[in-house]
Design a protein around this ligand. Structure first.
Ligand SMILES: [Zn+2]
Length: 88
């Protein structure tokens, strides 16, 4: 088995079935993959990806969305100058 790069359909189902967002651990609606806040943050192409069906690539797209959100999550520091890729 490849090292958990992608989750499988069972993993996705677990997320859909849960009441907790896999990214921020806030409450979400069952049947949705992400909470409203995280979903709203996604770029459009990733948002679209979360509408896919299980077996139609949702696992891959959801994994991407989650990875994106985790990478985009900035720790509470708001005035951090080098967040936006300052090369200085
Ligand atoms: Zn969330």
């Amino acid at each position: 088995m490849a090292q958990g790069a992608h989750m499988n359909d069972a993993g996705v189902r677990k997320i859909l079935d849960s009441q907790w967002c896999p990214v921020c651990a806030e409450r979400k609606e069952r049947g949705r993959s992400l909470c409203r806040t995280c979903f709203d943050r996604l770029p459009l192409n990733l948002k679209r990806g979360t509408y896919l069906k299980l077996g139609a690539g949702l696992n891959r797209m959801l994994q991407r969305a989650i990875d994106w959100l985790k990478a985009a999550r900035v720790p509470h520091v708001h005035s951090d100058d080098h967040v936006l890729g300052g090369s200085a």
